[in-house]
Every structure is written in structure tokens, then in C-alpha cells.
Design a protein around this ligand. Sequence first.
Ligand code: HEC
Length: 268
Amino acid sequence: MADSKINSLNYNGLSEKTGLVRIAPAFLALLLASAAAPAADGPSLEAAANDVDNVQSLQRGARNFMNYCSGCHSARYVRFNTIARGLGVTEDQVINNLMFNADKTFETIESSMRAEDARRWFGQAPPDVSLIARAKSTDYVYNYLKSFYVDPDSPTGVDNRSLAGTAMPHVLWELQGYQKANFREEPIPGQDDGASRLVFDSFEQMTVGTMGAQEFGGFVRDTANFLEYIAQPERSTRRKLGVWVLIFLTFFLIVAQMLKKQIWKDVN
Ligand code: HEC
């Protein structure tokens, strides 16, 4: 009787294991596919090279965002008091410098535009950007903001290399100036009927902005950095806590080992 119980226990344990083994490759494939996905569609991305622990960059990014983006975009999943904490500033500083359309620091970033107006003007409501840096990657945001180019056929006068046919106007034109995109013709690989396609070659500055290319790159990096921060404001805390957890576990392992020796020392 006892034997059969043990057998059935073992059997159950085994079948669970094989079940796991069976789904593991599928799970791995899914993981790999999702990691590769952003690279697969769209042009290759220049690294933003931002640092979400750089408090000064976050402060500049927050100011950029409130001045140039919050007119259209909300960020409803982050509160001003959370921003104050992450930026290393007091709530009063946030009230005086960042809160244009909110009264209380527990409020979130609301856009100043009504959704239906936005839809009428742009054909598409500007999305909430609380999580955009996680959804599309910080590098993507960085590249998107840098790659508006003149396109007379577009209703906004510009198109974007990261998001073709985008409804967002080139809101940073005063800073960056306008650029045009040069395309070159290339034969379509694997097709020998002489068909060709247009491939992006380079950007060419048409009008100068108030910032040089490098300064503008920094402006966009700070803004993307801020968007990465608000997408996961608890990240730094979690990391710091993680270190302490590991230290504690190591310490506890040593104590447990010593305790085990002590308890077993008289056996045998
Ligand atoms: C004049 C209104 C307006 C302003 C100001 C504006 N945006 Fe947008 N933005 C839009 C609209 C409209 C879209 C939707 C574009 C689309 O999906 O075609 C958009 C989309 C986006 C997206 C998503 C792109 C994607 O791939 O889905 C990001 C990221 C973004 N904006 C960032 C910003 C940042 C950062 C700023 C400030 C520097 C800013 N926007 C300022 C109107 C605006």
C-alpha cells in the first residue's frame, strides 16, 4: 500500500517535469522572438546611450517633456510626487517648474488637449506615453524624435523614418531645423526583372535650428531618458533593494551552513 503511494507520487512528479520540458523550447522560442521583434521591422536604431540613473539628465528631460510634449501627450500612469522623488527635487520645485496643468502633486500628467479635438486635428489622438519607452524601447523614442523629414505630400509637411506616415508634426523643428531624406534606388534582391526599390540613404540638413546636431541629440536623449524613467519609476529602488537581498541571502547561507554543521556534528 505504502509502496504504491510512493509510486504514484513519483509518477506525478515525473509527469509534471516532462510537461515542463515539453513547453520549455516553445517558451524559449517565444522569448527569443520577442527579443528580436523590434529589430525585425523598421530601420536599425541608433543607441540612445541614455542613463536612467543620471538625475540631471532626468531633470532636463522632464522640463523638455512638459514644455514640448505635454501639450498633446498625457502620461497618466505617473504622479508628480513620484517624478519629484526620481528627479531628486522637492515637491515645491516640481510645482513651480513642471506643473502647468495640475494643482496637486498626486495628480498625473494630463495633456492640455481634448482627445476628440486631437483626433480631428491629427486624424489620430496622440497616445499616452507613460509606457511608450517600454513598449517600443528608449532607443526607438530617441530615433523617432530625430528622424522627422520634410515631405510635401504629408498633411503635416513631414514624414518620419521610424514611423512612416506618422500623424505627429515635427514639434521640435525650431531646435533641430528641417532635414530632408535622401533615398537611393536599389535592385530588389532575388528579382532580375530590373525592378528597383527606394532605400533610405541619409539625412541632409535644409534649415538650421537653434541647436546643433550634437546639442539636439542631447536634448532628445534627456527626453527619451525621462520617458524611460516614468515607464518604470521604481526600477532604481528595486535594483538597490536587490543588492541587499543578495547580501542577506549570502549571509544567511553561511549561518545556515554553520548551523547544519553544529546540529550534525554528533551524528556518526
Ligand atoms: C502637436 C501634438 C504633438 C506634440 C506636441 C507631440 N506629439 Fe508625439 N504624437 C502626436 C501624435 C498625433 C502621435 C500619433 C502618431 C501616429 O501614430 O501616427 C504622436 C506619437 C508619438 C509617439 C509614438 C510613436 C509610435 O511609434 O507610436 C511618441 C514616442 C511621441 N509621440 C513622443 C513625443 C514626444 C517625446 C514629444 C515631445 C518632444 C511629442 N511626442 C510631442 C502628437 C504630438
